[in-house]
Write a protein that binds this ligand. Sequence first.
Ligand code: FAD
Ligand code: 2HG
Ligand code: ZN
Length: 489
Amino acid sequence: LTAESYPNIERLPQYKKLTQEDLSFFQSIMSESEILQATADEDLALFNEDWMRKYKGQSKLVLRPKTVEQISQILRYCNDQKLAVVPQGGNTGLVGGSVPVFDEIVLSLNQLNKIRDFDPVSGVLKCDAGVILENADSYLAENGYIFPLDLGAKGSCHVGGVVATNAGGLRLLRYGSLHGTVLGLEVVMPNGESMNSMHALRKDNTGYDLKQMFIGSEGTIGIITGVSILTPPRPKAINVSFLGVDSYEAVQKVFVKAKQELSEILSAFEFMDLNSQKLAKHHLKDVIHPLEDEYPFYVLIETSGSNKEHDDVKLETFLEKAMEDGTVLDGVVAQDETELRNLWQWREMIPESSQAGGGVYKYDVSLPLKDLYSLVEAANDRLAEKDLLSETDSSKPVISAVGYGHVGDGNLHLNVAVREYTKDVEKALEPFVYEYVSSKNGSISAEHGLGFQKKNYIGYSKNDQEIKMIKQLKSLYDPNAILNPYKYV
Ligand code: FAD
Ligand code: 2HG
Ligand code: ZN
């Protein structure tokens, strides 16, 4: 979808259109390799299109600075000239926040990518915002530590990008949110001023905790250039088990038992419905599913600890009990690293599998645990009622609506796999999904943010006073609104 296909969006005339003079300025502060321009053969699609290929901007210029000083100069200039800018990390965001809507300049952090410092005693890592998450984690592994966040996009997303989205990921249950683990940030403000707050302190009660404002701000109020984060010791023993259960009730029972029996070694608790596994099977083709028979729901449990024998005994006892009382119907435990990765892929590949048929509408919500799966049922009913859904009939736009997610965090991912993006499907689901979530006192974004997709729906999760204060902050720090326009603020 391009901005033109959205009836209520028009390019705002307050933003200047790029001129030769502007280009000359950028060329005066950056080298050739740091500036990418659209040409007849190069439409900058990698930077204009999002991961889902759902949103497409028309930027003619991508800047890829290598220093914080350059970022300051760029923003100071853009602010003076009223040129709009979209900060971009690994471009793996799932709400259309990382790509331009019209001709905004893309400021990519992918060349600001150095590890700055690591303290092996405290475990505090300081790095540039553009370091790829997996690279940060590999560096930490060499030092016996682990990045306190892991997600399927780790090979592409940036440390700065995950902080800007406040991504949650697969182990939030164990290591908590970035609001707790990030100890400091360096941020360039829209006027070019740099806020250096790269602290390494766990405790610091001296006034407002300014860094929190940028965690989850989605590039609307400043550009994160450096991150200081507390990393935990890398667990020596990891176990993964993949279980089949017969109802969502049973998923909840297994969760309670897992907390009781595995307590401090539980590091992930994920659930998947049968339809999500069908999509993954279709996508992964020749790979054999871990469980021979089909079950209505699946659970992936990971434990991490420091003593393999101890963890093995705990997991065995837990599984024995859960199978004896019939809560778990079948299950496997990974015997080595390869099997472990194989089990994880049946969870981690769902986002990709669900869009392989053409496209996907994604809803990332928080709901009370008892209501978590009811949204998937309600969405399926609604799509069937509107006659939009069929697994086999290719004249219907929707292939399947599947549910999975981070049960441990009360976070459901509803993915509606479609053959193509259509207004009919979008209208059937929005605001229906948001109304449903709001009626259950949930959040319309648990971890992916609002971006462009949910810009009109913030009112379902924030009240008028909260929205007023968000807007006040935005106009205080970005009075010309040059940063990430047309998005949620
Ligand atoms: P981008 O996509 O480039 O940007 C995201 C937003 O942050 C944009 O609004 C952008 O303007 C802004 N931004 C980026 N960098 C900066 C910066 N340095 N300063 C200021 N603003 C910036 N999310 C989860 O929470 N949990 C998951 O388990 C999870 N799994 C995923 C699996 C897959 C396969 C994919 C594709 C995505 C997944 N995500 C998940 C989505 C998640 O939001 C992103 O992967 C990640 O947070 C975005 O990082 P990025 O560097 O790609 O940022
Ligand atoms: C995950 O948990 C990510 O896999 C992506 O947050 C979810 O694609 C999605 O909807
Ligand atoms: Zn997720």
